[in-house]
Design a protein around this ligand. Structure first.
Ligand code: SF4
Ligand code: SF4
Length: 203
Protein backbone atom coordinates (compact mmCIF):
# COMPACT_ATOMS: atom_id res chain seq x y z
CA UNK A 1 0.00 0.00 0.00
CA UNK A 2 1.28 3.47 -0.90
CA UNK A 3 1.40 5.89 2.04
CA UNK A 4 0.85 9.43 0.80
CA UNK A 5 3.18 10.94 3.42
CA UNK A 6 6.05 8.75 2.19
CA UNK A 7 5.78 9.94 -1.41
CA UNK A 8 7.60 12.86 -3.01
CA UNK A 9 5.24 14.76 -5.34
CA UNK A 10 8.20 16.70 -6.74
CA UNK A 11 9.98 13.60 -8.02
CA UNK A 12 8.26 13.76 -11.42
CA UNK A 13 9.38 17.39 -11.83
CA UNK A 14 12.91 16.47 -10.76
CA UNK A 15 13.01 13.89 -13.56
CA UNK A 16 11.50 16.36 -16.04
CA UNK A 17 14.19 18.93 -15.31
CA UNK A 18 16.85 16.45 -16.44
CA UNK A 19 17.71 16.28 -20.16
CA UNK A 20 15.60 13.44 -21.60
CA UNK A 21 13.05 13.41 -18.79
CA UNK A 22 10.89 16.24 -20.18
CA UNK A 23 8.06 14.05 -21.58
CA UNK A 24 7.41 11.94 -18.50
CA UNK A 25 3.89 13.23 -17.85
CA UNK A 26 2.75 12.44 -21.40
CA UNK A 27 2.62 8.75 -20.45
CA UNK A 28 -0.91 7.33 -20.44
CA UNK A 29 0.14 3.90 -19.18
CA UNK A 30 -0.68 1.91 -22.33
CA UNK A 31 2.16 -0.63 -21.73
CA UNK A 32 3.36 -0.60 -25.34
CA UNK A 33 6.91 0.01 -24.08
CA UNK A 34 6.72 -2.97 -21.75
CA UNK A 35 5.30 -5.26 -24.43
CA UNK A 36 8.19 -4.47 -26.80
CA UNK A 37 11.02 -4.47 -24.28
CA UNK A 38 13.52 -7.35 -24.68
CA UNK A 39 14.65 -7.06 -21.06
CA UNK A 40 11.10 -7.84 -19.87
CA UNK A 41 11.41 -11.18 -21.72
CA UNK A 42 14.89 -11.84 -20.31
CA UNK A 43 13.46 -11.14 -16.84
CA UNK A 44 10.72 -13.72 -17.34
CA UNK A 45 13.34 -16.34 -18.20
CA UNK A 46 15.79 -15.43 -15.44
CA UNK A 47 13.22 -14.67 -12.74
CA UNK A 48 13.35 -10.91 -12.23
CA UNK A 49 10.72 -8.28 -12.84
CA UNK A 50 11.43 -5.42 -15.24
CA UNK A 51 8.57 -3.18 -16.28
CA UNK A 52 9.13 0.23 -17.95
CA UNK A 53 5.47 1.25 -17.59
CA UNK A 54 5.62 0.55 -13.86
CA UNK A 55 8.80 2.62 -13.43
CA UNK A 56 6.97 5.57 -14.98
CA UNK A 57 3.89 5.00 -12.84
CA UNK A 58 5.97 4.82 -9.65
CA UNK A 59 7.88 7.96 -10.65
CA UNK A 60 4.67 9.93 -11.27
CA UNK A 61 3.25 8.69 -7.96
CA UNK A 62 6.35 10.07 -6.21
CA UNK A 63 7.91 6.80 -5.03
CA UNK A 64 11.32 8.40 -5.27
CA UNK A 65 13.41 6.21 -3.00
CA UNK A 66 11.82 2.99 -4.27
CA UNK A 67 12.50 3.90 -7.90
CA UNK A 68 16.07 5.15 -7.33
CA UNK A 69 17.01 2.10 -5.23
CA UNK A 70 15.59 -0.55 -7.55
CA UNK A 71 18.39 -2.66 -9.12
CA UNK A 72 16.14 -3.17 -12.18
CA UNK A 73 16.51 0.43 -13.31
CA UNK A 74 20.07 -0.53 -14.30
CA UNK A 75 18.90 -3.45 -16.47
CA UNK A 76 17.74 -1.23 -19.36
CA UNK A 77 19.80 -2.05 -22.46
CA UNK A 78 19.15 1.38 -24.08
CA UNK A 79 17.95 -0.45 -27.20
CA UNK A 80 15.42 2.36 -27.95
CA UNK A 81 12.49 0.07 -28.82
CA UNK A 82 10.33 1.79 -26.21
CA UNK A 83 11.39 5.15 -27.65
CA UNK A 84 10.27 4.14 -31.13
CA UNK A 85 7.02 2.43 -30.16
CA UNK A 86 5.60 4.88 -27.63
CA UNK A 87 2.43 6.57 -29.00
CA UNK A 88 2.98 9.51 -26.63
CA UNK A 89 6.65 10.23 -27.42
CA UNK A 90 7.61 9.73 -23.78
CA UNK A 91 11.11 8.52 -24.79
CA UNK A 92 11.40 6.11 -21.91
CA UNK A 93 15.04 5.19 -22.62
CA UNK A 94 15.91 8.86 -22.07
CA UNK A 95 13.68 9.08 -19.00
CA UNK A 96 15.68 6.14 -17.65
CA UNK A 97 18.90 8.08 -18.29
CA UNK A 98 17.45 10.96 -16.25
CA UNK A 99 16.56 8.57 -13.42
CA UNK A 100 20.08 7.10 -13.52
CA UNK A 101 21.68 10.52 -13.10
CA UNK A 102 19.46 11.38 -10.13
CA UNK A 103 20.23 7.95 -8.57
CA UNK A 104 23.98 8.50 -8.97
CA UNK A 105 23.78 11.93 -7.32
CA UNK A 106 21.79 10.47 -4.43
CA UNK A 107 24.30 7.63 -4.05
CA UNK A 108 27.16 10.15 -3.95
CA UNK A 109 25.39 11.93 -1.09
CA UNK A 110 25.00 8.58 0.70
CA UNK A 111 21.18 8.70 0.56
CA UNK A 112 20.79 5.44 -1.38
CA UNK A 113 22.93 2.45 -2.29
CA UNK A 114 23.13 1.39 -5.95
CA UNK A 115 23.02 -2.40 -6.16
CA UNK A 116 24.59 -2.58 -9.61
CA UNK A 117 28.07 -2.37 -11.12
CA UNK A 118 26.71 -0.74 -14.25
CA UNK A 119 27.48 2.88 -13.27
CA UNK A 120 31.10 1.83 -12.57
CA UNK A 121 31.28 0.12 -15.95
CA UNK A 122 29.87 3.15 -17.74
CA UNK A 123 32.32 5.49 -16.01
CA UNK A 124 35.26 3.20 -16.83
CA UNK A 125 34.08 3.00 -20.45
CA UNK A 126 33.67 6.77 -20.81
CA UNK A 127 37.02 7.45 -19.12
CA UNK A 128 38.78 5.52 -21.90
CA UNK A 129 36.97 7.53 -24.58
CA UNK A 130 37.86 10.73 -22.76
CA UNK A 131 41.56 9.82 -22.55
CA UNK A 132 42.10 8.23 -25.94
CA UNK A 133 39.17 9.43 -28.06
CA UNK A 134 38.13 5.80 -28.50
CA UNK A 135 37.66 2.61 -26.54
CA UNK A 136 40.71 0.94 -24.96
CA UNK A 137 39.56 -2.46 -23.71
CA UNK A 138 42.55 -3.27 -21.48
CA UNK A 139 42.21 0.12 -19.77
CA UNK A 140 38.48 -0.44 -19.33
CA UNK A 141 39.07 -3.84 -17.72
CA UNK A 142 41.81 -2.47 -15.45
CA UNK A 143 39.61 0.35 -14.23
CA UNK A 144 36.39 -1.63 -13.91
CA UNK A 145 37.97 -4.58 -12.09
CA UNK A 146 40.28 -2.53 -9.88
CA UNK A 147 40.79 -4.53 -6.65
CA UNK A 148 38.67 -7.43 -8.04
CA UNK A 149 41.22 -9.49 -9.93
CA UNK A 150 39.57 -12.84 -9.13
CA UNK A 151 36.25 -11.57 -10.44
CA UNK A 152 37.94 -10.44 -13.65
CA UNK A 153 39.52 -13.86 -14.15
CA UNK A 154 36.15 -15.51 -13.50
CA UNK A 155 34.30 -13.24 -15.95
CA UNK A 156 36.92 -13.31 -18.69
CA UNK A 157 38.30 -16.84 -18.35
CA UNK A 158 36.79 -18.04 -21.61
CA UNK A 159 35.56 -15.01 -23.51
CA UNK A 160 38.56 -12.78 -22.66
CA UNK A 161 41.06 -15.33 -23.94
CA UNK A 162 39.13 -15.79 -27.19
CA UNK A 163 38.88 -12.02 -27.71
CA UNK A 164 42.57 -11.57 -26.98
CA UNK A 165 43.58 -14.32 -29.40
CA UNK A 166 41.46 -12.71 -32.12
CA UNK A 167 43.23 -9.40 -31.55
CA UNK A 168 40.09 -7.72 -30.17
CA UNK A 169 41.77 -6.61 -26.93
CA UNK A 170 44.60 -4.18 -27.60
CA UNK A 171 47.40 -4.24 -25.01
CA UNK A 172 48.34 -0.64 -25.63
CA UNK A 173 46.05 2.35 -26.22
CA UNK A 174 45.71 3.66 -29.73
CA UNK A 175 44.91 7.33 -29.25
CA UNK A 176 43.07 9.07 -32.09
CA UNK A 177 44.23 12.33 -33.63
CA UNK A 178 42.67 15.34 -31.86
CA UNK A 179 41.74 13.32 -28.77
CA UNK A 180 41.90 16.65 -26.89
CA UNK A 181 38.72 17.74 -28.71
CA UNK A 182 36.90 14.69 -27.38
CA UNK A 183 38.16 15.55 -23.88
CA UNK A 184 36.75 19.08 -24.33
CA UNK A 185 33.31 17.64 -25.17
CA UNK A 186 33.44 15.75 -21.86
CA UNK A 187 34.35 18.97 -20.03
CA UNK A 188 31.38 20.79 -21.60
CA UNK A 189 29.01 17.97 -20.62
CA UNK A 190 30.36 18.01 -17.05
CA UNK A 191 29.80 21.76 -16.83
CA UNK A 192 26.18 21.31 -17.99
CA UNK A 193 25.62 18.45 -15.55
CA UNK A 194 27.01 20.57 -12.71
CA UNK A 195 24.58 23.37 -13.58
CA UNK A 196 21.64 20.94 -13.65
CA UNK A 197 22.71 19.45 -10.29
CA UNK A 198 22.98 22.92 -8.75
CA UNK A 199 19.55 23.92 -10.07
CA UNK A 200 18.10 20.64 -8.77
CA UNK A 201 19.62 21.41 -5.36
CA UNK A 202 17.93 24.84 -5.31
CA UNK A 203 14.50 23.53 -6.37
S1 SF4 B 1 5.86 5.29 -21.96
FE1 SF4 B 1 4.64 5.38 -23.82
S2 SF4 B 1 4.44 3.23 -24.43
FE2 SF4 B 1 5.08 3.25 -22.26
S3 SF4 B 1 3.19 3.15 -21.08
FE3 SF4 B 1 3.72 5.32 -21.33
S4 SF4 B 1 2.59 6.00 -23.13
FE4 SF4 B 1 2.62 3.76 -23.19
S1 SF4 C 1 15.51 1.03 -24.03
FE1 SF4 C 1 15.44 -0.14 -22.10
S2 SF4 C 1 13.31 -0.05 -21.42
FE2 SF4 C 1 13.35 0.58 -23.57
S3 SF4 C 1 12.88 -1.30 -24.69
FE3 SF4 C 1 15.12 -1.12 -24.58
S4 SF4 C 1 15.73 -2.26 -22.75
FE4 SF4 C 1 13.51 -1.90 -22.62
Amino acid sequence: MIKAWETDPNFKYEIMREPGGEHLLSCYQCSTCTLGCPIVEVGKELGFEYNPRKVIQMSILGLRKEVLSRPEIWFCASCQICYEWCPQDVRFSEVMGAIHRIAEREAEKGNIKIESRRPDFEHAFLNQVRKYGRQYEAGLMREFYKGRLLQMIKDYRKMGTALFLKGKVALFPDKIKNAEEVARIFERVEEEEKKIAEEAGKA
